[in-house]
Each structure stands twice: as C-alpha cells, then as structure tokens.
Design a protein around this ligand. Structure first.
Ligand SMILES: Cc1cc2nc3c(=O)[nH]c(=O)nc-3n(C[C@H](O)[C@H](O)[C@H](O)COP(=O)(O)OP(=O)(O)OC[C@H]3O[C@@H](n4cnc5c(N)ncnc54)[C@H](O)[C@@H]3O)c2cc1C
Length: 419
C-alpha cells in the first residue's frame, strides 16, 4: 500500500499531452490516474490539423517575423489577426515573444524543438500501432505552397533551417506538384514537399485511441473537473474536484493546455501564456476531387488537410483572450482563399475554435514545478502539441524518475518563466 502510494501519479488534462504522459508514466511502472472534465481529446487536441512534421521546428517568432510585422499589424491578413486591447494587456508577453525572434534565441529554440519532434515521431508510430490506430496515419509528408517564384525565394531562411537540420524536402515546380496532388488548382508556381512528416485523419480519435490503450493497460481514466490542488503536511497532493470530491496522489502532472493557469495561478506558479487561437471548418471535397496529404498555403497561412470527416481547413492565428467570443471573420476570409486552392463543396459540421497555448519563447515547459515538490508541468505546446505529446511524456518521465534524459531538458525547464 505504502509502495503504491509513493508511486501514484495524477495526470490532470487528457489532451494529447496528458494522455501521452499518462501512458509513459504507466509504462515506467507508476500507478496513474488520468483526469479530465471531458472525455479524452475533446479540446485543442481534437480540432488541430493532425500534422506531425520535422519542419515544425520553426516557431512563429523567428527572425523572419520582423519583415512581416508591418503587414501583420494592419490586422487585415488571414494569417494573423489580433485583438488590440488584448495585445495591449499582454504587452509584456508580446514584447517577450518578439524579442525571442532574435537569431541567438531562435537557434536555441529550433534545436530544442527539433530534438523534441524527433523524439516524438517514432513514439507516435509505436503508440498508433499499440492502440490499433495505425490506419489513421499517412506517411507521405506535407506540402508548402507558393504562388510565385518570388514567394518561394522568400522562404530561403526556412529552407536553410530545414537543410541545416537534415529535414528531408523536395522542391517542386508546378507540373511536379500537380503530379503529386492532381486536384490542387494550378495556381502554385512552386512548392516544397516536406517528406519528413506524417499526418492523421482524425486527431481527436487518435487521442481517444491512446486513452483506451492507457485504460486497457490498467490505467484509470476519471471524468472530473479538478478545481484546486494542495499539498498537505505529509507531502501528498490533494486534488479537489469541482464536485467536491478529493483524490490524493504522490505526484501530479499538469497538462491542461490553455487552462494551465486556472490551477497554477492559485499556487503562485502562473506562466506567461498567450492564446494563438485557431479555427477549423470541415468541407466535403467537390465530386472527384481528392487531397492526398495536408498542404500549407504559405500566403494564406492556412492548412487544408484530408480527414475522415472531409477536408479540414485550419486557420492561422487569432491572438486574443482564450474565452473571447468566436469571431468567424478570419475563417470566412480564409475560406475564400482556400476555395481558390482546392475544389471544396459544401461545409460539413460546424466551425471549431481552439487555443494554441504559447509561451514567449515558443518552447513547451516540461519538468518539475519550482518550490512545489511532486508537482510536474507539461504545457505551452503552441502549434505542435499534437505531434510532440509523446516526446514531452518521455522527457517528463526521465526527469521524474531521475533517469538519463532522452534529450537536453534545459531549454524546457520551468525556471525560464517561474521564479
Ligand atoms: C487550429 C489549430 C491547428 C493545429 N494544428 C496542429 C498540428 O497540425 N499539429 C500539431 O502538432 N499541433 C497542432 N495544433 C496545436 C495542438 O492542437 C496543441 O498544441 C495541443 O492539442 C495541446 O494539447 P494539450 O494536451 O496540451 O491541450 P488540450 O488538448 O487542450 O488538453 C487539455 C485538457 O485539459 C482539460 N481540462 C481543462 N481544465 C480542466 C480542469 N479544471 N479539470 C480537468 N480537466 C481540465 C480539457 O478538457 C482538455 O481535454 C493546432 C492547434 C490549433 C488551434
């Protein structure tokens, strides 16, 4: 009993990050309970574009951001919209984010994200196999689209980074692109096929499959909203449910995506998180049209991805409060451009909105919470939390169990932002 108690872990949040943490800690012999107020994978991990790509090592705050800034600040691009009042309120975050676009920080961040992504992708393959969901994964990359040779030339910085990190890519001219994706409209002069990438046809179902695997291996999944955390005099964490229930655990992992500060702030551990919100809308492809793999329209800043539910259009960034009412203007703007890219027929389902939780340096925070023994954090996964859940889980488990770290933990440590 004593043994069990000291090895008990409560993971709070059953998005991709939390479910992967639960699976990995379970694999390493801990007794894991996984809590979420909803069924697994119903929030941010549900509505994303399902892309898992080595090219995602370049964050939004990269040295190229400065050149695009005057255009972004007009607040008229489909790629980036913002609420000026929110930005004013979050000025410290905004300045921190911009300042970390400088080359020295960017170099550290790309190295860190590359390591995390490389750790994650093979593990996703193993998990998909173990969960009986391997048919959901396509292993044929994704494509960046450019309307002109000039636009392609403008991507030299990104291509240089891909080359430096050994990300497998192939440049395509218009005929080569149409060989690969014959139903794209012939408006793209150039394209870059990122071959080191895969994608899934239903991100929410993948999280659910992983959660079922966790349960099949003996893990306990509890649907409960956690309202507060407290460590008692014996060093045991108490999780108070919104239903007034109480659960004890020796260790707690917070994997609450955009909601982390709801539980961290009362402990004096709030992290500087902003919300890069994004929308999706699924469409039926026009008769006879088929998209083989996700494509990223670099000018429009959106992704079109083939899903089980149709072709999913995911928008770029809307920087505003997490709980601000949905504003469909960006999605509508993007739809117009997307229809020029691929023959989309009717909408299927309703628009979806989620928040990418982003720290000023665009690196997730993975590790022990300062000053709170037994409290562990896995948060801030911005645009890449669906792909990097498994790597996050491995690093977190390495650190928790005092094992040799699979990758350098320093770029992800909590002390970057929590004193
Ligand atoms: C439009 C869009 C496109 C994206 N495309 C991609 C992509 O192609 N590839 C990629 O890798 N990433 C992508 N992302 C990012 C990715 O979706 C996120 O980084 C990732 O889903 C974050 O996962 P998470 O587990 O941290 O958070 P979430 O999935 O949000 O999980 C947090 C969980 O916490 C639960 N919760 C909250 N509060 C409580 C509480 N008090 N008690 C109990 N439970 C609680 C919620 O119900 C939720 O299930 C995209 C994001 C968006 C918005």
């Amino acid at each position: 009993m004593q043994q069990d108690e000291t090895r008990s872990v409560a993971v709070v949040g059953a998005g991709m990050v939390g479910v992967c943490c639960a699976l990995e800690l379970q694999r390493r012999g801990l007794t894991v309970q996984l809590f979420d107020r909803k069924p697994p994978g119903r929030e941010t991990s549900f509505g994303n574009a399902g892309v898992m790509a080595r090219s995602s090592l370049i964050p939004f705050n990269n040295p190229g951001l400065w050149a695009g800034l005057p255009r972004f600040l007009t607040n008229r691009t489909a790629q980036f919209r913002y609420n000026p009042l929110y930005l004013l309120r979050e000025m410290k975050w905004g300045l921190g984010f911009l300042s970390r676009a400088r080359p020295s920080v960017f170099n550290e961040t790309t190295q860190a994200l590359d390591a995390l992504i490389r750790l994650s992708l093979p593990e996703h393959r193993r998990l998909l196999q173990a969960a009986g969901a391997e048919q959901r994964m396509r292993d044929d990359g994704w494509i960046y689209l450019y309307r002109s040779a000039q636009a392609f030339a403008g991507s030299a910085m990104a291509r240089g980074v891909f080359d430096r990190f050994g990300v497998a890519t192939e440049e395509l001219d218009r005929p080569a692109l149409l060989d690969l994706e014959p139903h794209l409209r012939p408006i793209f002069e150039r394209a870059l096929w990122i071959k080191d990438a895969c994608s899934v046809d239903d991100p929410g179902q993948v999280v659910e499959a992983y959660a079922r695997l966790f349960q099949a291996r003996g893990g306990e999944l509890v649907q409960r909203e956690i309202a507060a955390l407290q460590r008692n005099a014996q060093g045991i964490w108490q999780l108070r449910g919104a239903d007034s229930s109480a659960t004890a655990a020796h260790k707690v992992v917070i994997a609450l995506g955009p909601w982390v500060n709801d539980l961290l702030a009362p402990l004096g551990l709030a992290v500087p998180l902003a919300f890069e919100r994004g929308y999706h809308q699924n469409f039926v492809a026009a008769p006879g049209a088929r998209l083989g793999r996700p494509v990223y329209d670099t000018a429009g800043g959106y992704v079109l991805a083939p899903m089980e539910a149709g072709v999913r259009l995911s928008t770029g960034v809307e920087l505003t409060a997490r709980d601000a009412p949905a504003n469909l203007a960006q999605l509508k703007m993007t739809e117009v451009v997307a229809r020029e890219t691929f023959p989309l027929a009717a909408k299927s389902g309703t628009p979806w909105l989620g928040s990418r939780p982003t720290l000023p340096d665009s690196r997730p925070l993975i590790g022990a919470a300062p000053r709170h023994p037994g409290l562990w954090l896995a948060l801030g996964h911005q645009h890449i939390g669906f792909s990097t859940g498994p790597g996050t889980a491995q690093l977190l488990a390495d650190l928790m169990l005092g094992e040799t770290c699979s990758i350098n933990p320093a770029p992800f440590r909590a002390e970057r932002f929590i004193a």
